[in-house]
Design a binder for this molecule. Sequence first.
Ligand SMILES: Nc1nc2c(ncn2[C@@H]2O[C@H](COP(=O)(O)OP(=O)(O)O)[C@@H](O)[C@H]2O)c(=O)[nH]1
Ligand SMILES: [Mg+2]
Length: 300
Amino acid sequence: MTTLHAAPTRPQPPPPLRGLSVVVPTFNESASIAAFLERTAQTLETVALETQTLETLAPESSAGPVGIVEIIVVDDDSPDGTADEAERCARRLAIEVRVLRRSPPRSLSRSVLDGARCARGDVLVVLDADLSHDPRDIPRLVDPVVRAAADVSIGSRYVSGGSTTGWSPRRRALSGLGTRCARLITRVRDPLSGFFALRRELLTGNAEVALRPVGFKILLEVLGRHAGLEVAEVPITFHERARGTSKFGARQGFEFLLQAFSLVAHRAIRRSLPPRDRGSRRPSRPSASIHNDSVLEIRS
Ligand SMILES: Nc1nc2c(ncn2[C@@H]2O[C@H](COP(=O)(O)OP(=O)(O)O)[C@@H](O)[C@H]2O)c(=O)[nH]1
Ligand SMILES: [Mg+2]
């Protein structure tokens, strides 16, 4: 008689990630949206063919949404015609650009989540439309996520090699203060960055992790609510916008404080629970250990 023994179950390697969606929230960016889209499309077109990372995400041979590379503009009903300008520009580009038009109330964080819900790529990149973030950094940024070395990869101003240019002393002080506050929630050096890459599911959510998209800082929300993320920080240079005006004001500052309080409380409650009840875990990867906010600093 032959006895069949069930093979010991081994952790399965995760399925490869396919497709890249670049999500860009906009409000009154008609002065820079065309230049932004052109530069981003150029990066995605030319670099996609040169770098292994983007080739892995979107192999040339793949048809349909499997290997899609797309840009999703999420506009909050900008009175200056940003959405129309984006659509005009999109017609000239070889990369697919979709423009979502939201209705009030406007919200940067909700716009990013709406973009994520419509996205067809497994990997998302979020960045600003005002060219403060250089789209040419996208391939470097997505690389740790595609290689499964990290769940989230952050374009970081505050790791070695990262910097900001053109900031007033006031803006520098405010950013420093906000970042110190956010470090009560995470060990990440630049948790308030608006330039990051991650697997789509971290934004579209699951039953265990409810994101509360209040205000400007959706990355902080992801870092604060998901347990056990592995995070890479990739140095970038942040350039102060040349056109248009910042929408960060007193209201956004107040919303940030509310968000920070909520996340500090969430973290305290989570820490008081037994380990098995502490919420989400990253999908298992054979060689990955799970620990809270492990940060990998990528040097350029
Ligand atoms: N959809 C949407 N986008 C916004 C909103 N507020 C700002 N943005 C966009 O988010 C990005 C960052 O905003 P910005 O004003 O440059 O913030 P700052 O870099 O902190 O000064 C830019 O692309 C803005 O157009 C909003 O309420 N809704
Ligand atoms: Mg900006």
